[in-house]
Design a protein around this ligand. Structure first.
Ligand SMILES: [Ca+2]
Ligand SMILES: [Ca+2]
Length: 89
């Protein structure tokens, strides 16, 4: 409900997504994810990130769209969306 904190989180998420989506087609592909990992120099956590990627990719099409990204993130941090939470992983 328009909490500034949530807004800031959302902005961070958008920034992260835009950073990951190198070719700006609205999807983060596996390659783009791998590229971002190598750019950030966090190769040690690369395996974890790629596992996260698989988790994010709900429909398993090899691409993560913003909705999937957002949904996965809210799951991780536990932001309650106060909607019917039937589909928990
Ligand atoms: Ca892309
Ligand atoms: Ca997908």
């Amino acid at each position: 409900m328009g909490m500034p904190k949530l807004e800031a989180t959302f902005e961070t998420l958008v920034d992260a997504f835009v950073f990951l989506d190198k070719n700006k087609d609205g999807y983060v592909s596996r390659n783009e994810m791998a590229q971002a990992i190598s750019e950030s120099g966090e190769r040690s956590s690369g395996g974890i990130v790629m596992k996260r990627f698989e988790e994010m990719d709900w429909d398993k099409n090899g691409m993560v769209k913003f909705k999937e990204f957002l949904f996965a993130f809210t799951n991780w941090v536990g932001i309650d969306d106060e909607e019917e939470g039937e589909e928990k992983v």
